[in-house]
Design a protein around this ligand. Structure first.
Ligand code: G1P
Length: 290
């Protein structure tokens, strides 16, 4: 069974990124050459997906503009790559009318999804290598909903959905329970949901049945939890790199790490960074650079 469709929720306020996100969507924050959401659309495209629904909301118009075909007379290679992708992919938009949580946002995708399994990629996360591609491969084998998880330290558990899983085979768990943002000591494990899912249309029945949960919002995690009694749900252990652009430290790390690997500016950036770190270590904080 092929996964042809992806849903990208990009409606959240981005309060942890204020004031950067006061007048621009967090999904449009730059990471080296491209805004975050472009990485996410490319991740979907390189996983074989050809129809994408982006769920936006108030103050998110820049996202729609970004996916117009560019009318610039001269284009750089990143814009050209995006235009090439846009020739093959249909991108649709829908607006979440009120901020009522991720679970509420995903409900807006029901008509788009129709009767097919679909990928769900949170619009403020970057994964390298392509986590959705790995998930699609898992789904083809397991034929049940599957979500990506990563092992995180205790202090980060309360920022995530956390699963209780039984090892099914290496790197795959059968999900037995899932809790949204538990207190660290109450978390069922250290396996955290990282914002990449393959779901079936059944999720919409569960999204309609849940009450507001953590933070008074409708939580996707609660709908997945409800689904566990009627369907097998698997978790795939992702061992690549995930950057959560919803927080400033990860955003800075994403820029530094991806700039170091960049074929255009990587070498120059590395030399500057080496020089910079040597000076800061020597002068204990006074970097001496302009
Ligand atoms: C959302 C989900 C959470 C998941 C996280 C990954 O939370 O609700 O289960 O672990 O994304 O980034 P948010 O970061 O939007 O608060």
């Amino acid at each position: 069974m092929k996964i042809r469709k992806a849903v990208i929720p990009a409606a959240g306020y981005g309060t942890r990124m204020l004031p950067l996100t006061k007048a621009q969507p967090k999904e449009m924050l730059p990471v080296v050459h491209k805004p975050v959401i472009q990485y996410v659309v490319e991740e979907a495209y390189y996983s074989g997906i050809r129809e994408i629904l982006i769920i936006t909301g108030r103050h998110k118009r820049a996202i729609e503009d970004h996916f117009d075909r560019s009318d610039l007379p001269k284009k750089d290679k990143y814009t050209e790559e995006l235009d090439r992708i846009l020739d093959e992919v249909d991108i649709f938009f829908v607006r979440q009318r009120e901020q009522k949580g991720l679970g509420d946002a995903v409900r807006y995708a029901e008509a788009f999804v129709d009767d097919e399994p679909f990928a769900l990629l949170l619009g403020d996360n970057i994964t390298i290598p392509n986590c959705t591609k790995e998930l699609v491969e898992c789904f083809v084998k397991l034929r049940s909903p599957v979500l990506s998880v990563e092992e995180l330290p205790l202090e980060k558990l309360s920022l995530h959905g956390v699963i209780k899983g039984r090892m099914f085979k290496k790197g795959i768990y059968l999900v037995e329970d899932i809790v949204e943002k538990p207190k660290p000591r109450e978390a069922p494990s250290n396996l955290c949901v990282l914002g990449r899912y393959i779901l079936t249309p059944k999720i919409f029945d569960h999204l309609k049945a849940i009450d507001p949960g953590y933070g008074g919002e409708y939580q996707l995690t609660d709908a997945i939890r409800r689904m566990l009694s009627s369907s097998e749900v698997y978790a795939h252990l992702y061992t690549g790199k995930r950057y959560d652009i919803g927080n400033k430290l990860d955003w800075l790390k994403a820029n530094v790490e991806l700039a170091l690997k960049d074929e255009e500016i990587g070498d120059d950036f590395r030399s500057w960074l080496e020089q910079f770190s040597m000076k800061t270590l020597k002068f204990k904080g006074d970097d001496g650079l302009q």
